[in-house]
Ligand binder design. Structure first.
Ligand SMILES: Cc1cc2nc3c(=O)[nH]c(=O)nc-3n(C[C@H](O)[C@H](O)[C@H](O)COP(=O)(O)O)c2cc1C
Length: 196
């Protein structure tokens, strides 16, 4: 059974760069047999958080929120692609994420960070670790950190230069780690219902 992996990305900027990394990850995971799908917060376009998904009566949530809830509920794993704004997570991705809670539970999550400079968004990645733990995901220890993104991936998400080479080298371990935990979590959910 192919792993259903959602790759979540949340920059709303017109000149956004991180979509290159999101595309790279979707392509790379799909090449390994996963059913990988990009969730682009800008395209989903949820409003600034008012009511969480669970605060709507059954069937009354706006259609894009309902569709995303179903995708999250049925996914086997998540990859969060996070840039860094002033040492913190990007608000578009955080806003999308905060609309849900129980829908995220009992699955592994991986963090891929990036930035325009050499710190590769590592500070935002560290913040995401705590956020994802609070939201019931098990955060795997392997990370991907890309910087400077413009010198690592071209506009089509293809690796370039020495940064691209380093990314190609790092990706298999990251994907293996995620796949291992994905299988472990799926088998455990099938063996024993989650406690809450
Ligand atoms: C508001 C803002 C704050 C930023 N803060 C940081 C930062 O703290 N650290 C960093 O390495 N890069 C920072 N950058 C540069 C981003 O890493 C770079 O613009 C990146 O491409 C942003 O992701 P996006 O293009 O997908 O929106 C910042 C950029 C913006 C627009």
């Amino acid at each position: 059974m192919a792993d259903k992996v959602l790759v979540l990305y949340g920059s709303y900027r017109s000149d956004r760069m991180g979509v290159r990394l999101a595309d790279y990850l979707v392509t790379g995971l799909a090449a390994r047999g996963a059913q990988a799908e990009l969730v682009d917060a800008k395209a989903v376009n949820l409003p600034m958080l008012d009511r969480m998904y669970k605060e709507y009566a059954k069937g009354a949530a706006p259609a894009p929120m309902e569709a995303l809830a179903e995708k999250i509920r049925t996914a086997d794993a998540f990859v969060f692609v996070t840039g860094e704004y002033n040492w913190g997570p990007q608000p578009g991705l955080k806003n999308l994420t905060d609309h849900f809670l129980e829908e995220w539970f009992w699955r592994p999550a991986a963090i891929a960070s990036y930035s325009a400079g050499r710190f590769s968004g590592a500070r935002a990645g560290t913040v995401w670790h705590g956020i994802l733990s609070e939201m019931g995901m098990v955060v795997i220890s392997s990370t991907i950190a890309v910087g400077p993104i413009a010198q690592t991936l071209d506009i089509d998400g293809k690796p370039i230069g020495s940064g691209g080479e380093a990314l190609q080298k790092a990706f298999p371990r990251f994907a293996d780690d995620l796949a291992w935990w994905t299988e472990a979590a799926r088998e455990q959910r099938a063996r024993k219902a989650p406690p809450y």
